[in-house]
Design a protein around this ligand. Structure first.
Ligand code: BG6
Length: 491
C-alpha cells in the first residue's frame, strides 16, 4: 500500500510577489527548502522574490535564512545545505501594482526560462490581484502555460470576490488559477476523503439516520497580534469560516465523488455550499454567536485584550459559532455546529461526528443515558482518529461501563514527518494538480452564504460577546447548543 513519498516535479521558475512579507518568509521559502532538501526540486529551478523593499539577491538570501531560524526554532539547519539551496533564490525590486514598476528587471531575471513551468505567487493583499495579473501580462511575462496562485481571502464579500475573479480571469484561464485554502493541503484534511470513502464501514451510517450532529472546531491560542489591522477589517467569519471551516464542512458532508479528479470533487463540494440553509435576520440570533477576546490568562501570563492589541475599541468578532443546516436528503435534521476563535484554550482543530443515542439502554443508566458513539477526527495537533465507544469495564461481578477510545494516533502509527500544507500545495501548483485548490464558483458560493450572515448581523446589530482569553469563547456558544439539548464535545 505504500507509494513513493515524493512525486518529482519539472523544473520551474516561481515568482513570489510580496517576498519580504510574513507568508513568504514564514511559510513559502521554508516549504521550498524542505522540498528541495528532499530532492523534489530540480536544480535548474529558480525562486525569484519580488517586492518594493530595496534588496539584492544576497540580502534576500540572508533575510530568508534569518526568518527560517526565527520561525523554525526547533530545526537545525546544515549551513552547507542552506548555501546550496539559497543559490536558487533571487530577488528583484518591483512595484507589482504599477505598470511602470520596473518590470524590466523581473523580465531580465526570467529570461531564458521560457521552457520551464512558470508560476506567479501573489502573497499580496487581494485588492492588488487584478492589477498585478494585468501587469504581468503587459510586461510580457505570461509564458505559455504560466500559472498564478492567489492567497485567501479572495475579496471581502461576493461582489469583491467576483471583481477579483473577473480581473484575474481576464488574464489567466481558470485552470491556470490556483486559489489557496491551505487547510486543503493539511495531511489530516486529505485523509478525510480516504477515511470516508476508502473504508466500507462508515459510508452506510454517514447520514442523519445515524448521525445526531457534527461539530467542527478550529481553535487558536494566538491572538490577532501584529495582524490586528488586517484582521479588524475581516473578523473570524471572513478569515476562517468562509474558507477553512466551510471546506471542512464540505468534505464531511459531500456525496461520494465518482473519482478524485479535481472537478469531480469540486462539483460535489459546491452542491453542499449551495445546500446550506441561509441565515437571515429572523434566525441569526439562534444560529450564530459573535465573540471577542478580552484580557485573560493565556500561556502562563496575562494576555492583552483584542482592543488593546488593536489600540482601539472594535466590534469585530474574533470568535464565531454557527449552526449550519445542510438542506439535502443526507443531512436533514443533523446540524453542523461550527466554531472558531483566537485566544481560545489551546490550538486544536477537530471534527466530531456524534452518532445517535442507542435506542434502548440494557442497563439501568439512572436516566443519565449512555454516552453516544463519537468519532473524533483530530486535524491538528496530535493528528489522529478516535472512535469513542462504550465498553465493559473489566472486572468480576456487575456490569460497569466505561467510555473509551479506539485510538489511531498518527504519531504512533506512522514514522513520518508531516509536511507543512504549503509544501504539498506549492508542488501541486507546479504539477498542475487543481484538486487542492478552490474553483471560482466554490469561492463565490461560500461568499454568498457568508454574505447572508454578514447582512443579517448588520440588520440585527448582533452584539459581540466578550470572552476571557484562554477560554472556550463566550458562554452564548454553549447556550446555542444547549437550546438544542446538545453540548460541545470536551475531549
Ligand atoms: C489563516 C488565517 O488562513 O489561517 C489566520 O488568516 C489563522 O488568522 C490561520 O491564524 C490558521 O492556520 P493554521 O494552519 O495555523 O491552523
Amino acid at each position: 500500500m505504500s507509494s513513493p513519498q515524493f512525486v518529482p516535479v519539472t523544473a520551474f521558475d516561481l515568482v513570489v510577489f510580496g517576498a519580504a512579507g510574513d507568508l513568504s518568509l514564514r511559510k513559502l521559502i521554508p516549504s521550498l527548502f524542505h522540498r528541495w532538501r528532499d530532492d523534489q526540486i530540480p536544480a535548474e529551478s529558480r525562486i525569484i522574490g519580488v517586492s518594493r523593499t530595496p534588496m539584492d539577491d544576497e540580502a534576500f538570501r540572508a533575510l530568508a535564512l534569518k526568518s527560517f531560524r526565527e520561525f523554525h526554532p526547533g530545526e537545525s539547519i546544515d549551513e552547507k545545505e542552506w548555501a546550496a539551496f539559497s543559490q536558487l533564490l533571487f530577488y528583484r525590486e518591483v512595484d507589482a501594482s504599477a505598470e511602470d514598476g520596473d518590470w524590466g528587471s523581473l523580465a531580465e531575471a526570467l529570461a531564458g526560462g521560457e521552457s520551464k513551468q512558470r508560476v506567479f505567487y501573489l502573497a499580496l493583499p487581494p485588492s492588488l490581484y487584478g492589477a498585478v495579473s494585468a501587469n504581468i501580462a503587459a510586461a510580457g511575462l505570461k509564458s505559455p502555460g504560466a500559472r498564478i496562485v492567489l492567497e485567501k481571502p479572495i475579496g471581502h464579500d461576493l461582489v469583491s470576490a467576483r471583481e477579483i475573479n473577473e480581473a484575474v480571469g481576464a488574464v489567466f484561464d481558470e485552470d491556470a488559477i490556483f486559489r489557496i485554502d491551505h487547510y486543503l493541503g493539511k495531511e489530516t484534511v486529505q485523509n478525510l476523503i480516504v477515511l470516508r470513502f476508502m473504508n466500507s464501514l462508515f459510508e452506510p451510517v454517514w447520514n442523519a439516520n445515524s448521525i445526531d450532529h457534527v461539530e467542527i472546531t478550529v481553535a487558536e491560542a494566538i491572538g490577532a497580534g501584529g495582524r490586528a489591522s488586517y484582521y479588524d477589517k475581516a473578523g473570524a467569519l471572513r478569515d476562517m469560516v468562509q474558507n477553512h471551516l466551510l471546506q471542512l464542512l464540505c468534505l464531511v458532508a459531500m456525496e461520494p465523488p465518482l473519482d478524485l479528479e479535481p472537478d469531480t470533487v469540486r462539483d460535489e463540494k459546491i452542491k453542499i455550499l449551495r445546500a446550506l440553509r441561509p441565515i437571515t435576520r429572523e434566525n441569526v440570533r439562534e444560529t450564530t454567536v459573535r465573540g471577542q477576546y478580552g484580557q485573560g490568562a493565556a500561556g502562563g501570563a496575562v494576555a492583552p485584550s483584542y482592543a488593546e492589541e488593536l489600540g482601539a475599541s472594535s466590534d469585530t468578532e474574533t470568535f464565531v459559532a454557527l449552526k449550519a443546516n445542510v438542506d439535502n436528503w443526507r443531512w436533514k435534521g443533523a446540524p453542523f455546529y461550527l466554531r472558531t476563535g483566537k485566544r481560545m484554550t489551546a490550538r486544536y482543530s477537530e471534527i466530531i461526528i456524534q452518532f445517535k443515542d442507542v435506542a434502548h439502554a440494557l442497563v439501568d443508566d439512572k436516566g443519565a443515558g449512555l454516552p453516544p458513539t463519537r468519532m473524533v477526527i483530530r486535524l491538528q495537533p496530535d493528528e489522529g482518529v478516535k472512535l469513542l465507544l462504550v465498553t465493559k469495564d473489566p472486572g468480576p461481578g456487575g456490569m460497569r461501563l466505561r467510555y473509551v477510545p479506539l485510538n489511531l494516533s498518527y504519531a504512533e502509527a506512522f514514522d513520518a514527518r508531516y509536511p507543512d500544507a504549503y509544501e504539498r500545495l506549492l508542488m501541486a501548483v507546479v504539477r498542475g494538480d487543481l484538486a487542492l485548490f478552490m474553483r471560482r464558483d466554490e469561492v463565490e458560493a461560500a461568499w454568498r452564504w457568508v454574505d447572508g450572515i454578514l447582512d443579517a448581523w448588520g440588520a440585527d446589530a448582533t452584539p459581540v460577546h466578550h470572552y476571557a482569553a484562554g477560554t472556550d469563547g463566550p458562554a452564548q456558544a454553549a447556550m446555542m447548543l444547549d437550546r438544542d439539548g446538545r453540548e460541545w464535545y470536551h475531549g
